[in-house]
Design a protein around this ligand. Structure first.
Ligand code: ZN
Length: 678
């Protein structure tokens, strides 16, 4: 069989790839890679970049070149056969990476290279590849004594089980509660779409009426819109006590013991690796230098946002008192009156903005912004094959030289995964012959497709989404780094990944950019300034309260992973109460068990990392502030950002890159100003 995934191609041969090619290709590449690694290690006297790391990079790139189009097709053009082949390969790839990560001889070879005379002659990027690899080997417990290594492995295994139990409990608790309502009047205020969904949910259970559930869309619709405070309270209580010892399903899916065991094992694991707490362990792979920095950062944001949040709460209380409620806002009144107030102050619907944002115009504007900021030209390339007629390829040129490419696939359709994302197709790297492999990115969105003569029209949220994903794409495409491990989006610290994406979003909100990205599809008029003003005002609605809410979660997460004395669910509650006393402007009722459903930190990847959301926002706002000072299209500032941050990928520590650009540590002021908090 001539397998297109095994042949060398500049770009993936999408039309030739068939599901039956996938497993044989990936299996063969993995086997080849593993035996090549053994061979390489057996022949090394003194490991060097050219004799070990470059060949390793070649092997990894070969797998990546085969796997990237498979993963992409699984997202944008799925079929049963493709999905099956994809799913069958996942465990093989994960086992392959585990085997490499646990290969002691490989670890030793990296260490020898690090200790050799050659190391100091390597480029900064090459050095970073080696130190990152050594760090990751150590974090996987590879150089622990045998008994500790066994304990480490047991802990890992148990933590995986506990995370799964935690999220299963949340899921089961969510599904265990429902409420059938037969009289539509009891649901007064709830929007039509949510009512329809509730009617369908009832039908699916062969019932008549409206079935309310704790699934997020239904829960949010009821607490935000239902006029009946009794119903809001009932659902709020059911939702916020999920998977705990209280509430309508008290004790049935209780995560109390899971949380305590997770925290205790994480702490033990961190200490095995030499970190005093799990928070310190978490920061080993992040941009934030130390725990004290994270805490000070969150506390500063909280203090500065608090006066605004208090004002916003007072405004909300007054509004509620005047509109049928009382000024004693209960937790289940918050979303309801906030939505009423938001509509009252800034009624602007996303739908009414669509006609101003035809997709083609937005793209043209996005490319114009990019061209002015980073001195590149972007041109459509119709000659390159794609997986669907809606997908397009663009070439990126600087000084008439091709430097990168990207695929863009804008519209929702059948067999395409929802959402918007950027992914890598090819990474920039130096090949054995010294030539450079150019970076290639995928940009995927799910906008409404054109219909007849009506073009695809975007909401403003979708416009910012496109800029966001393109920001990720630019970091990948405009990289100047030649080592795959730290080139483009690779090797970037976890809490710095959202910097380029959130950074680029800023341009959507600029008065001078609006004419570039908007043109009414019938009249050609750009978005009126009054509508942009409304959008800006709406964006900052209750920004103080939202900020404090996120900080409450982030501080709870971080302090919890620092604490040494968590022995019971009561201890966790006490720590959360303590955070709330310091941060929240409105205390939730005592029966709120938010922590029992906080999957981000107990079952997801955000443990001692929830702060990253705010951290990245601060970086993006602070970097953009330089453009505000010098002009949003100032060429020198654009060049500076490109050369000092965007093009450096993961080759240098993210904090160092940021300081090189900004001339100082990140500061929160710009984010607060952008959020209307001064
Ligand atoms: Zn992002």
């Amino acid at each position: 069989m001539n397998n297109p995934l095994l042949s060398d191609n500049e770009l993936p041969p999408f039309n030739a790839i068939q599901p039956e090619h996938i497993e044989p290709a990936i299996t063969q590449l993995i086997e080849h890679s593993l035996s090549s690694v053994e061979q390489l290690l057996a022949t090394q006297q003194q490991p060097g970049w050219q004799t070990l790391l470059q060949p390793l990079e070649n092997l990894e790139d070969k797998i990546q070149q085969a796997w990237s189009p498979v993963g992409h097709l699984n997202g944008v053009a799925q079929s049963d056969a493709l999905r099956l082949a994809y799913d069958n390969c996942l465990p093989k790839l994960s086992e392959y990476h585990t085997r490499l990560g646990q290969n002691k001889a490989l670890f030793t070879a990296y260490q020898q290279l690090k200790d050799s005379a050659e190391f100091s002659d390597l480029s900064a990027a090459q050095q970073k590849v080696i130190t990152n690899a050594l760090r990751d080997f150590r974090l996987s417990g590879i150089d622990l004594p045998a008994d500790e290594q066994r304990r480490f492995a047991d802990i890992q295994k148990r933590l995986a089980e506990l995370a799964s139990d935690f999220s299963n409990n949340v899921l089961d608790a969510t599904q265990a509660w429902s409420k059938l309502i037969s009289d539509a009047d009891e649901l007064a205020g709830v929007p039509e779409t949510a009512l329809n969904a509730a009617r369908v949910a009832a039908e699916n259970k062969s019932k008549e009426g409206f079935l309310l559930t704790l699934d997020a869309p239904c829960y949010i619709a009821v607490v935000t819109y239902a006029d009946d405070p009794g119903l809001r309270r009932e659902m709020y209580t059911a939702y916020t006590s999920r998977a705990s010892e209280i509430g309508p399903n008290a004790g049935a899916y209780d995560n109390s013991a899971n949380m305590v065991e997770i925290l205790s094992l994480r702490r033990e694991m961190a200490q095995l690796l030499g970190y005093p707490t799990y928070a310190d362990y978490s920061l080993a792979t992040k941009m934030a230098p130390q725990a004290a920095t994270v805490l000070a950062f969150l506390q500063e944001l909280a203090e500065k946002s608090r006066p605004n949040a208090q004002q916003e709460l007072q405004e909300l209380r007054d509004f509620a008192a005047q509109h049928g409620g009382t000024s004693e806002l209960a937790a289940w009144d918050l979303a309801y009156y906030s939505e009423k107030l938001r509509q009252h102050k800034y009624a602007v619907s996303q739908e009414e903005l669509r006609p101003y944002f035809p997709a083609a115009k937005v793209l043209e504007g996005l490319f114009a912004v990019t061209a002015r900021l980073f001195n590149v030209n972007i041109e459509a390339d119709a000659a390159i094959e794609t997986w669907h007629e809606d997908a397009q390829v663009f070439d990126v040129y600087r000084d008439q030289q091709l430097i990168a490419r990207f695929y863009i696939d804008l519209y929702a359709r059948e067999n395409k995964r929802g959402g918007a994302w950027m992914d890598e197709c090819r990474v920039r790297r130096q090949r054995d012959d010294g030539s450079i492999q150019l970076p290639v990115a995928y940009l995927t969105c799910n906008f409404m497709a054109p219909a007849g003569s009506k073009p695809s029209l975007l909401t403003f949220n979708e416009v910012t989404t496109l800029f966001h994903e393109f920001g990720h794409g630019l970091q990948h495409m405009l990289t100047a780094i030649d080592c795959a491990g730290v080139s483009g989006i690779n090797g970037v610290a976890w809490d710095a990944v959202e910097l380029p994406s959130q950074f680029l979003e800023n341009w959507c909100w600029q008065k001078s950019v609006i004419p570039l990205i908007s043109a009414h599809y019938e009249t050609g008029e750009p978005l009126p300034e009054s509508l942009l003003d409304k959008l800006l005002a709406a964006k900052n609605f209750q920004s103080g309260m939202q900020m404090l809410r996120q900080i409450e979660f982030a501080l709870f997460d971080f302090e919890l992973h620092q604490a040494g004395d968590i022995n019971s669910a009561e201890d966790i509650q006490a720590l959360l109460n303590n955070v709330r006393d310091r941060v929240a402007v409105l205390q939730p009722p005592p029966e709120n068990r938010f922590q029992h459903g906080f999957s981000h930190i107990f079952a997801g990847g955000y443990a001692a990392g929830y702060y990253s959301y705010k951290w990245a926002e601060v970086l993006a706002a602070d970097a953009f502030a330089v453009f505000e000072e010098h002009g949003i299209f100032d060429p020198a500032t654009g060049r500076d950002f490109l050369n000092k941050i965007l093009s450096r990928g993961g080759s240098v520590d993210a904090l160092e890159l940021f300081k090189n650009f900004r001339g100082r540590e990140p500061a929160v002021d710009a984010l607060l100003r952008h959020a209307g908090i001064d």
